[in-house]
Design a binder for this molecule. Sequence first.
Ligand SMILES: [Zn+2]
Length: 106
Amino acid sequence: MLILNCPYCGVDAEESELSAGGEAHLKRFGPGSSDGEFHDYLFMRENPKGVHFERWRHSNGCGKWFHAARCTQTLEVFGTYSAQTTEPPKELKDAITANRPGWTWR
Ligand SMILES: [Zn+2]
């Protein structure tokens, strides 16, 4: 079972307390963007076998959205952090790189 620590209330929440929100750190495109950019924003998502950044909501807890970094292959959770960021915290990226040599953020 997937267990994520909510960065807001500090609870180790089981998957049944959470709601998945898809890929984190999407770059949004709106009016003025090209058809290709808007298409990719709507439909194209990463689907890695390995490190992935996701949005989760503590729906049966505090109700807040947060981001989680985990491995889709091993289900190892690297960490969770506020959803109010445009990219993962440096400490988290460094920890993932130390654990997965060769991995880089985008
Ligand atoms: Zn919470």
